[in-house]
Write a protein that binds this ligand. Sequence first.
Ligand code: LLP
Length: 377
Amino acid sequence: MTEHFPLTEFESHRTPFYFYDLGLLDRTIDDLLANKGDFHVHYALKANSNPVIVSHIAGRGLGADCVSGGEIQRALDCGIPAEKIVFAGVGKTDEEILLALNAGIGCFNVESAPELEVISALAVQTGKKARIAIRVNPNVDAHTHANITTGLAENKFGINFEMLPDMVSLAHSLPAIELTGLHFHIGSQITDFEPFVKLCEVINRLQTQVRVNHINVGGGLGIDYTTPDGHPIPDFKGYFDTFRRNLNLLPGQTLHFELGRSVVAQCGSLISRVVYVKHGLAKNFMICDAGMSELLRPALYQAHHLIQNLSEPESAPRETYDVVGPICESSDVFGSDEILPAARRGDLIAFRSAGAYGETMASNYNLRQLYPPVFKK
Ligand code: LLP
């Protein structure tokens, strides 16, 4: 496991920092490209918008899925062509819409009637035409954590499918709007393909009501957080085949995906040092110099990232620890009752599978500092 990490290089770096294995990122994209066939993949920058990572992905020919003006600008700066950019989000501001129109992005994924009216008005004002997809809420349960489920009827995303005919009429009636697609997304970290089959069934039914040039099924393919070295590359074949088998595309229609986590999660780890080992009455605490400000997922979604001590030999005696950060919040916990090699102050600790929604969700809460990332070619 530790050959994954350039330990000598880590010694000279201040912690905490993110480490990215670009070789693994490449092998992941190789597999994605080998299995996607003629489908179009837009990488979801929200998972990781580090310029080195985005430039790397741009170089492999993927498009971008953006949710803010900042992400659109980042995608453009990193070399993703404007026509391969799609722009989603329930609260696009006028400034963001103008940036997207002026850049000439491929598609706006529109989430409400008032948004559609504003895009039309701004497109008229700037003499542009806006290509749009209507985001439909398919009411499919993704069986994932409540905070990352998006396709159920009662959340803020997209429009209810009963309202689709009215949205289509509105799109046809507005100037400077070209309705080109339907957009869906049911949630994230989905490892059972059944919800995707359900999504295909919903889309197949809608296809009889509305005819568009493209279908965008969003992202959501999950990864193996428990054994990252056993499954470093997600099951792209099974995922794309699920859509190949179950979705009835109309002649000439293209199929688009917005994958984030599955592309970047396994190539990244958060690297930290043990500051103190504290022996309590009932528990031992391994107190690290990284916390929820650097990796929020455990505190926000009760997520577990595999924890490895990179400094102690495999043969070291084991101890049981609660692995915690230094932040003044009781949710600042990476793992409870973790059985790990007996730790010493200064040991390097890796929190695995942190390439997605790690660095992008970091903050400087408690005025803390995250040091620059380390990349392995
Ligand atoms: N498309 C849309 C419309 C989305 O809302 C998302 C993710 C994606 C694509 C990319 O999904 P992915 O392939 O990465 O599953 N911060 C959470 C995940 C939030 C996902 C939000 N939307 C986490 O750390 O688990």
